[in-house]
Design a protein around this ligand. Structure first.
Ligand code: ADP
Ligand code: MG
Length: 704
């Protein structure tokens, strides 16, 4: 039995949060900082010095010896460089502990090897990190001791974003400005700020560390490149929400403690559909903090798994034939005084505003479906999107029966006079039905579902940062709001104009609404008829970043410049090519050094036993002979496929960098990998388990 934990007591104990700041900072300093957190602006050096000093004193009390500017380069994870607080020794030989305002505000990590897509010439390669005071600093405790982590943005000296946080903050400003503009039109004069709220649900797998270490594919690529399905798959569904086993429970307890201490609201935990798969959801927060916290969740899952003799797999598809992992990104828009723009509200007035917001979001998603799809593109997610589990690669919106009914009435009659449950609604309007009721009956196959008072974007990959999807969501909705405001601000009769605009948005973008089964073949055909894009792989998705439409969108709202978009596309292509390259090389290595030799050994043992039995004059060796024949055939097939993969992989090196190379990896190298996997997986079913050179799926998934 472990010790009991008082969650309320430890929550946030390692966070330099509002309470700590209020207690420790001089009043005027605290006020200045609060103002900047709320409204933006620059901190003067003197104030920064005082904050830095208090932050350091506080961190040292928590055992911190080092500080780090914690940032999010375009690798999908976080990066950090540690500096200790010590100064150079005094004449006495002693050192002091120091941390200046300058060190707090700005850092210069030697980070020239992070991907920048050509944005940084080498002569200015350093780039710098800048404190993001809207996401609180925290102390992280791990094997390195305790470290003061300062969330920062990472930019080039010319101010170009080299990270995820900078454009995210820019997109939050864009949606804030346009949403406030819209609220003012509806007579709201009190809300000061609109912030996107985000609640991610993180899926992951746990496997035994010893078994993990016996598989080169897991070590080098995070997923299995070979592996036959065990006789017991997930078809039994007995794992989903099943009792959490003791080993896992102990792990989850530690994860929660570590997260709570860092102020991360770990809330829900349960087993997922696939065996050995689990989920952790945090409570929604401001997008920026949610993105940072999700990174902490991923890192903590990995770290704590190791401490428990396990490995946490964040890959989107660690096992073929078993459900993959994703990350549902719940998104809504909240004002500083507690209004959720995605909540239908109780008065007709609120309802009309809600319908306008809704119609704008439909427009945004329809117009920029390619960008949303791209935002979830990640090498691992290619194995998931469009397979029979995760949302399909086609973007559509699920509204629920009641809301869709309202939409149809609005389009056909111009005003919805009835809602399905009998309450009246007309667009000189009464009230909308209770949409939250509808949300209980959710469509799990929809990539973008309205769930009562938020949208749930379900395409995001489990390993990916949630920054990109939120950057896109914030910006495309800002654009739709802006378009709406431009029309409505000029209108003589606002009521009529709002009504007309809702109808216009809905009629023009109704094709994006789909409430049916997103996994069916019928939907693929239907979507094609509707002209909705079906972008099946990352290599084909990335070009969405640099279309004229995207340049205009991101340029209008100063979220990305043209060169930033081009650099991001480069980074993505390169990332894809590198990922598949490593996978292909790992496969070649495993097949030639481990698998084929093992199969040969097995075939030899069969041949020997056939000889021995025949020599003894017994004629019944047909089973062994059949096995040997089948093994030899598959062995030949595997060897040929291996040779072909080696040749194809070499060809990839000759491809020009960028789209062409990425596409070659997708369309030529991946199929060559599959062709090798197929005979090997069949061989795994035949060859004596004792001789198979690595743990099987069964060993990995059912014996954690
Ligand atoms: P599910 O059935 O999908 O698990 P939950 O109600 O448990 O739904 O919520 C899932 C996630 O959505 C959680 O992270 C939760 O905090 C978040 N969430 C709830 N309300 C909102 C909201 N208004 N905006 C953003 N996220 C939200
Ligand atoms: Mg969900």
């Amino acid at each position: 039995m472990g010790e009991y934990v008082n969650a309320a007591e430890i929550f946030g104990e390692n966070v330099f949060n509002d309470k700590v700041m209020q207690e420790r900072l001089p009043k005027n300093v605290y006020k200045k900082l609060k103002k900047i957190i709320a409204e933006g602006g620059d901190l003067d050096l003197q104030t920064a010095d005082m904050i830095a000093h208090e932050m350091k004193e506080w961190a040292i009390e928590k055992g911190a010896t080092h500080y780090t500017h914690w940032f999010q380069p375009l690798t999908g994870t976080t990066a950090e460089k540690h500096d200790s607080f010590i100064t150079s020794p005094l004449p006495s030989g002693k050192v002091l502990m120091s941390f200046s305002g300058k060190e707090l505000i700005k850092g210069e990590p030697d980070a020239s090897s992070f991907p920048s897509g050509g944005l940084r010439a080498t002569f200015e390669a350093r780039g710098y990190t800048a404190w993001d005071c809207t996401s609180p600093a925290f102390v992280r405790q791990d094997a390195a001791g305790a470290t003061l982590c300062i969330p920062t943005a990472f930019c080039s000296y010319t101010g170009e974003a080299l990270d995820q946080k900078t454009p995210l903050l820019r997109s939050m400003e864009a949606i804030n400005e346009q949403a406030l503009r819209l609220l003012r039109l509806f007579g709201n004069t009190t809300s000061k700020k609109v912030t996107p709220s985000v609640g991610p649900e993180q899926e992951y797998f746990l496997v035994d560390a010893e078994k993990f270490m016996q598989r080169k594919d897991l070590i080098y690529t995070g997923r299995t490149l070979f592996g036959a399905m065990p006789p017991k798959g997930q078809e039994m569904d007995d794992h989903y929400f099943g009792t959490i086993r003791q080993r896992i429970a102990a792990f989850m307890k530690d994860v929660n403690i570590q997260l709570w201490k860092m102020g991360v609201t770990a809330k829900t935990q349960h087993n997922e559909v696939a065996p050995a798969q689990h989920e952790l959801a945090t409570i929604f927060s401001e997008a920026n903090i949610a993105v940072d916290n999700n990174q902490l969740v991923m890192q903590t899952l990995k770290r704590v798994a190791c401490q428990h003799g396990m490995k946490c797999l964040l890959h989107e598809k660690p096992f073929a034939g078993v459900n993959g992992s994703g990350k549902h990104n719940n998104w809504s828009l909240m004002t500083d005084d507690g209004i959720n723009l995605l909540d239908p509200g109780k008065t007709p007035h609120e309802n009309i505003q809600f319908l306008l917001v809704m119609s704008c979001i439909l427009k945004a998603v329809d117009v920029h479906a390619d960008l949303l799809r791209e935002s979830a593109a990640d090498p691992g997610n290619d194995h998931r999107l469009g397979a029979n589990e995760a949302p399909p690669a086609i973007i559509s919106v699920f509204l629920g029966e009641q809301l869709e009914d309202v939409v149809e009435q609005l389009i056909s009659t111009g005003s919805a006079t009835n809602s399905k449950d009998g309450g009246t609604l007309s667009t000189g309007v009464k009230t909308l039905p209770d949409l939250t009721k509808d949300a209980t009956d959710r469509n799990r196959t929809s990539p973008f579902a309205f769930t009562g008072n938020k949208f749930e974007f379900r395409m995001v990959g489990s390993r990916d940062s949630i920054a990109s999807p939120n950057i896109v969501l914030n910006t495309i909705v800002a654009e739709a709001f802006r378009d709406a405001c431009e029309v409505l601000e000029k209108a003589d009769n606002l009521d009529e104009a709002v009504h007309d605009l809702i109808k216009k948005n809905l009629s023009e973008h109704q094709r994006i609404i789909f409430n049916g089964d997103g996994y069916s073949d019928g939907w693929v055909e239907e979507a094609e008829r509707r002209g909705l894009p079906n972008i099946k792989c990352m290599a084909d998705a990335v070009s969405a970043l640099t279309t004229d439409k995207a340049l205009k969108l991101f340029g209008d709202f100063k979220v990305f410049t043209k060169s930033e978009l081009e650099s991001r596309a480069e980074v993505k292509y390169e990332n894809y090519a590198k990922t598949v390259n490593i996978e292909a090389k790992t496969m070649i290595d495993m097949a030639s050094k481990q698998i084929i030799p093992a199969v040969i050994k097995y075939a030899t043992s069969l041949a020997e036993s056939i000889n021995t039995i025949s020599a003894a004059g017994v004629s019944q060796v047909s089973v062994q002979k059949d096995l040997l024949e089948e093994t030899s055939e598959l062995l030949k097939e595997a060897q040929d496929a291996l040779n072909n993969l080696i040749v194809t992989e070499e060809k990839a090196y000759e491809m020009p960098d960028g789209a062409e190379k990425a596409k070659f990896y997708h369309y030529s190298v991946m199929p060559a990998m599959e062709a090798l996997r197929a005979p090997v997986d069949r061989l795994e079913m035949i060859v004596d388990k004792e001789m198979w050179p690595m743990p099987s799926y069964g060993d990995l998934i059912f014996e954690v």
